[in-house]
Design a protein. Sequence first.
Length: 174
Amino acid sequence: MRFSKISLAAWFAIAVVMPTAAVGQMPNPYGAPIRVDVARRIAAAAIAEGKKNGWTVAAAVVDPGGVLTYFERIDGTQAGSSEVALAKARSAAAFKRPTKAFEEALVGGRQAILSLPGAIPLDGGVPIVIDGQIVGALGVSGATSEQDGTCAKAGVAVLGPAPAPGPAKPPAKK
């Protein structure tokens, strides 16, 4: 085989990025940024789940571009969890998948995940989907990875049952 004809970027895409696409990338398109009132509801539900279980957590909601829209944390949450919650939210938005997919890939031996800029291999980051479009993401941190994931799922659950991921609907004809 001749590898000299393959650019470094192409090799990276084949060896690193492509296998991760199989672990949960959502085909949903990005939509308009999440509204603050909706972000607040989602974060509040995640925080409520943490309080219910006695976990001190932080919750960050970002728009599709990773810009912070809303943040909240329980008193006594370790300071570092604020940054980690934001990083998880940004990772979930940028890669269009829950951060748990990166954690599972790493546990499964895909150490190349660690070379993906911004990929956080810890449960607790989930895309926020409204009307079939990714409008942002929620990141939760402060407890164990699994507990953070539980809080994140509770947060996005306030939106109601998520439709199965699929291709975007074509625009309605006028």
